[in-house]
Design a protein around this ligand. Structure first.
Ligand SMILES: Cc1cc2nc3c(=O)[nH]c(=O)nc-3n(C[C@H](O)[C@H](O)[C@H](O)COP(=O)(O)OP(=O)(O)OC[C@H]3O[C@@H](n4cnc5c(N)ncnc54)[C@H](O)[C@@H]3O)c2cc1C
Ligand SMILES: *[C@@H]1O[C@H](CO)[C@@H](O)[C@H](O)[C@H]1NC(C)=O
Ligand SMILES: *[C@@H]1O[C@H](CO)[C@@H](O)[C@H](O)[C@H]1NC(C)=O
Ligand SMILES: *[C@@H]1O[C@H](CO)[C@@H](O)[C@H](O)[C@H]1NC(C)=O
Length: 382
C-alpha cells in the first residue's frame, strides 16, 4: 500500500508522531510488531515500576496530565494515560507487523518498507514519501558475552523480561548492572527474600527522585555546574560517603554527565539503604568466567549463584532493518546529527525517541518531525 508517512513502532514516540501528523491532516500509517501499542510499558516492564521522572516530563503532545495525577506515576496510571491518548485521538496502528527491511528507492524517491505480518506470515510492502523511525532506544535486550555462560544451570533473564522477585525467594541471585533497572530489581528481589548481590562495573550517581526532580527544575534557571554543585551537597547530606559499601561516584556531576554523555543518574528507590544494611551485597568489577553454578569475578573471588539477572541495558535495533540507516543514524543505531536537530535525516527520513530524554524527548521529536513534514509538503504544493 501507499501512504504519505510510514511510522515504525507504536510506542509513545510513534503514537505522538501520528497524533501530530493527524493534527496537520497528513496521512500516516504506524507499523507495530507486537499486538498492542506501548509494548515496552504493557509487556516488558517489571510490576513495581514507577515512572522515574515527574509527570510533567512524562506526557505526550496535546494531552497534559491532570492535577489529580500523582507527581511520580505508577506504571499502571501511565498505561491508563496512554490508553486514553490512543482512544481520544483515535490512533489505529497496524499490529503484528514486524518491519524487516527498509530502503530508499532512488527511481521513485520513495521509501519501501517491508513488514512481515506475523499473524498470517505474509510479507507486506508499504511505500511512502516519509519514513519515521520510532522503534525506541530499548530495541533489544543486551546480554554481554561471558565465557562459560552456557554452562550455567540456573535461570538467566534480561531485565526486560523480569517481572517480580516472586519466583526467586530463597535463591542466590546476582544482578549484573547498577543502572536504574539493576538497582530497582535488586531492591525487589531483596523484598522477596532472595539473597541478592549486585555487580557494579563503574561509578554511578545515585540520587533520590526528589533530588532529580528538583535538579531538573533548577536547570531552567541556573547553569549545570551550579546544579551539580548543589547536588553534591544534597547527596552528601542524604547519603554520606558510600564508597565503603562499594558505591562510588563519578568525578563529573550527575547533570553534566547526563548532558554530555547521556548517562542518566540512578534514581534510588530504597536500594542504597538495603546495601548499607548489608541486605544487598555489592561486588565491584565484572565477571571473568562462569563454570556451572560458580562465577569467577575479575578480582579472582568465586561465588555460587542460582540465577542471574542481566540489567545490562539495551541495543538499538534500527540498523538490523533499516538498510539506509546512514541517512539519519550511526552504526550504533543512534542519531548522527547533534541535538537539537538529531531527529532529521536525509531523504525524508526521521527518527523520534532517540534523544535519551525519555518521554519528554519523544514528544518534542514528534512535534518537530510532524512540523517539518508539514512544511516540506506545503513547499511542494506551492
Ligand atoms: C524499565 C524502563 C523504565 C523507564 N522509565 C522511564 C520514565 O520513568 N520516564 C521516561 O520518560 N522514560 C522512561 N523510560 C524510557 C522509555 O523507554 C521511553 O521514555 C519510552 O518508552 C520511549 O518510547 P519510544 O516510543 O521511543 O520507544 P518504545 O516504548 O520502546 O516503543 C518502540 C515500539 O517499537 C516497536 N518496534 C521495535 N522494532 C520494531 C520493528 N522492527 N517493527 C515494528 N515495530 C517495532 C516495539 O515493539 C515498541 O512497541 C524507561 C525505559 C525502561 C526500559
Ligand atoms: C496478532 O496476532 C495474534 C497471534 O499471533 C492474534 O491473537 C491477534 O489477534 C493479532 N492481532 C491483530 C490486531 O491482528
Ligand atoms: C548469599 O550470597 C552470597 C554471595 O554473594 C554468599 O556469600 C552467601 O553465602 C549467601 N548466603 C546464603 C544464606 O546462601
Ligand atoms: C573481591 O571482591 C569482593 C566483593 O567486592 C570481595 O568481597 C572480595 O574480598 C574480593 N576478593 C579479592 C581476592 O580481592
Amino acid at each position: 500500500m501507499e501512504t504519505v508517512v510510514v511510522i515504525v513502532g507504536a510506542g509513545p514516540a510513534g503514537l505522538a508522531t501520528s497524533v501530530c501528523l493527524n493534527q496537520h491532516s497528513i496521512p500516516n500509517v504506524i507499523l507495530e510488531r507486537e499486538d498492542i501499542y506501548a509494548s515496552l510499558w504493557k509487556k516488558r516492564a517489571y510490576d513495581r515500576l514507577k515512572l522515574h521522572l515527574a509527570k510533567s516530563f512524562c506526557q505526550l503532545p496535546f494531552m497534559p496530565h491532570g492535577p489529580d495525577v500523582p507527581t511520580f506515576m505508577p506504571k499502571d496510571l501511565f498505561i491508563d494515560y496512554l490508553d486514553a491518548y490512543v482512544t481520544r485521538f483515535n490512533i489505529n496502528p497496524r499490529y503484528n507487523r514486524t518491519v524487516k527491511f527498509s530502503t530508499f528507492d532512488v527511481s521513485t524517491n520513495k521509501w519501501r518498507v517491508e513488514a512481515e505480518n506475523t499473524a498470517t506470515g505474509e510479507t507486506e510492502v508499504y511505500w511512502s514519501e516519509f519514513l519515521v523511525v520510532a522503534t525506541g532506544e530499548n530495541g533489544d535486550g543486551n546480554i554481554p558475552a561471558v565465557k562459560g555462560i552456557d554452562t550455567f544451570p540456573g535461570e538467566i533473564v534480561h531485565s526486560s523480561h523480569y517481572k517480580s522477585g516472586h519466583d526467586f525467594t530463597g535463591k542466590n541471585v546476582l544482578v549484573v548492572g547498577g543502572g536504574n533497572s539493576g538497582m530497582e530489581i535488586s531492591f525487589d528481589l531483596c523484598n522477596y527474600e532472595a539473597n541478592t548481590t549486585i555487580l557494579l562495573r563503574s561509578p554511578r550517581h545515585v540520587l533520590t527522585k526528589e533530588a532529580v526532580h528538583w535538579g531538573m527544575s533548577m536547570l531552567k534557571y541556573v547553569p549545570v555546574t551550579m546544579v551539580d554543585a548543589l547536588m553534591k551537597i544534597m547527596t552528601a547530606y542524604s547519603y554520606g560517603d558510600l564508597t565503603k559499601y562499594g558505591l562510588s561516584r563519578p568525578k563529573q556531576g550527575p547533570f553534566a554527565s547526563k548532558l554530555y554523555t547521556g548517562k542518566a543518574p540512578v534514581i534510588d528507590v530504597g536500594t542504597v539503604q538495603k546495601i548499607c544494611d548489608g541486605e544487598i551485597q555489592v561486588i565491584n568489577g565484572g565477571i571473568r568466567s562462569i563454570q556451572g553454578k560458580t562465577l569467577t569475578f575479575e578480582n579472582g573471588s568465586k561465588r555460587d549463584f542460582d540465577a542471574i539477572v542481566f540489567a545490562t541495558g539495551y541495543k538499538s535495533s534500527v540498523c538490523n532493518w533499516l538498510k539506509n540507516y546512514e541517512y539519519v543514524m550511526k552504526k550504533d543505531g543512534f542519531p548522527k546529527a547533534p541535538m537539537p536537530m538529531h531527529w532529521k535525516g536525509e531523504k525524508n527520513l526521521y527518527c523520534a525517541g532517540f534523544a535519551r530524554k525519555g518521554i519528554a524527548g519523544a514528544s518534542q521529536d514528534a512535534v518537530s518531525v510532524a512540523d517539518d513534514i508539514k512544511s516540506i509538503l506545503a513547499a511542494i504544493k506551492h
